[in-house]
Structure formats: structure tokens, C-alpha cells
Design a protein around this ligand. Sequence first.
Ligand SMILES: Nc1ncnc2c1ncn2[C@@H]1O[C@H](COP(=O)(O)OP(=O)(O)OP(=O)(O)O)[C@@H](O)[C@H]1O
Ligand SMILES: [Mg+2]
Length: 324
Amino acid sequence: MVDTTPILDIRDLTVKFRSGGQLLPAVDRCSFSIGKGEVLGLVGESGSGKSTTAMAMLGLLPKNAVIEGDAHFGGANILTLPETELTALRGRRISMIFQDPMSSLNPVLTVGEQVAEPLVAHYGLPPMEAQTRALELLDRVKIPDARRRLHSYPNELSGGLRQRVMIAMALACEPELLLADEPTTALDVTVQAQILDLLLDLRDESGLSILLITHDLGVVANFADQVAVMYCGRLMETAPVNTFFDSPSHPYTEALIRSIPTDNGAPRLETIPGSVPKLTDLPPGCPFSTRCQHHFTACDETVPVLREIAPSHFSACVRTPDYA
Ligand SMILES: Nc1ncnc2c1ncn2[C@@H]1O[C@H](COP(=O)(O)OP(=O)(O)OP(=O)(O)O)[C@@H](O)[C@H]1O
Ligand SMILES: [Mg+2]
């Protein structure tokens, strides 16, 4: 049974990027929480604000980002922590697996040095001990011939191996919260399942909580407890995973679910017509209105906010019964 006490509680997170004299709302008043030992799948099309949300948690956004709201972790609002405290937290209590493993690995350090680095930095482990632990971690993320790989440089590894090195680094200090941004996209399906099973084992053993960012609703179905759907920086629907697939409410969620490829690899059943609006050109009212098959006048008049439509099930759509 999952303990639902939030380990991370995000309230009204807003991130705007200063760009070309404008403030672009990449994340707009998003609220959600993750319980201890819970996996929250954050889904949505490209550009919806998933990575921005995760990066904001660790103070990793570029200088043109303006951040508002609260994100409570360990008794503090981590959005306002001084850099020294964030540095102590990052990689130790909260780790991140970055979307792009190549740009996040240091090309001039060996794999062993990089996986050992957080252990040396946070726990002051002597180099030999840190290397032994690094070897265990490489084994754990199923890197073949791990002892030899300790001495490899990132450019000597395939994309899939680099992604596994990133995962080993993120797990090195046994964090309480893992922000996993498309952690398995470069991996083939079998290794992907092995890695996600490993994360679930860690969740079961140590209560690891995971923000699992993915485009893949199959991964969500198999590995998440809760699901949050983002579109143009806004949360459209949040629900326990079974509710999400059995009784989706928001037209965007329904469209996403309809577009899941079938098991036998047949072409998509249906793609969502139209494209995601640019942040510089958002429609008035609901951001999904330009693609929504249920669109009517009220959708242009107000930006819908999440309303609880059933226990733990929230949707941001003016069509939901009793939306006022
Ligand atoms: N530094 C920046 N300056 C201006 N706009 C930015 C910046 N970083 C991101 N954006 C914009 O913010 C929006 C959200 O981007 P983000 O990378 O969070 O999306 P995402 O959901 O992670 O997409 P993907 O699935 O492609 O990884 C996009 O419109 C992106 O172009
Ligand atoms: Mg992203």
C-alpha cells in the first residue's frame, strides 16, 4: 500500500521565460503532489512544460526563467532555497535523470569517475570505496562488462549505455525523490522494462518516490500510480492510474489514449488533429480549444482550472458537470 503523505507538494508552480521582450508561460499555475514511494507519471506532448517543471525543482533553469509558486520538500520551499542548500540536496536527496544523457555527462571524465562523483561530493567516500560502489551501481543498471566500462569515456558508449550511466549516477546516493525525465527512451523495450523494474524495486525497498516524465502511455500504465497530463504548461487532468485509463475525463486525455499505438505495432489508431499552439500565440480560454472536438463558446471565455470530479480525480474542462 502506497503511503500518500506528500514528499513533494507543488502549489501553483509558474515558470515564465523571458524571450524577445515577452514572458512566455511554459508552466502555468500547476499543482500536484507525490507521496512517499509513489510514482507519478507526467505526460503530455512535446513542449508542454514537463522538463521545465522538473528542472525548476532543482534550480536548474536558465537565467531567463521567472519562477513563482511553492514546492515543498523536506519541510522547505525548495524554489527559494539558497544555492548552497540546493547543492547539498541535489544528487543526494533529490536526483534527476536528464532527458539528454550525452549533454549531461562530462566527456573528459570516465564513467567510473562520474558515477563515483556524487558519493565523494556528498558523503566524502574515499576513492577506492567510491569506485567499488560505482561498479555495483553499473551492475545494478545492467551495464554489461561493468568493470571494463568503469574506465570508458562517454563517447565510447552507445546512447543506451550512456542513459544507464545517468541512471546509476542518479541512484548513487539513494535519493528520496527521483526526477526521471524520459529515463528510458534510448533503450530497447526489454532493457527499458528492466530499468523501470529496477526503479520499482528501489521504490519497494527504500520508499523512493519518482516523477516519471514520459511520452509513452504504455510505460505510464505499467509503472505509474498517479498520472498528470500537461498541455501548454497547464495541468489538464490528474488521476490514479486505473481511473486515468478506465474513465478519462478531459478531451485531451481521451485523445491521447486513443492515439496509443496497438500492441502489435500497427499504425496509430488516431492522431490528435492540429498542432500544439506556440506559447507566443496561445488561444484565449482553454489551450486545447483549437484541437478539441467538443469545443464550444464557453471554452474561449475562461482558462479552466482543475476541479475534483471524483475522489482524487481532477479535470480542467468547462464541460465537466457542475463546472462553475
Ligand atoms: N530557456 C528557454 N527560453 C525560452 N523558452 C523555453 C526555454 N526552455 C524551454 N522553453 C519553452 O518552454 C516550453 C516547455 O518546454 P519543456 O522543455 O519543458 O517541454 P517538455 O514538455 O519537456 O517537451 P519534450 O517532451 O519535447 O521534452 C516550450 O515551449 C519550450 O520551447
Ligand atoms: Mg522535456
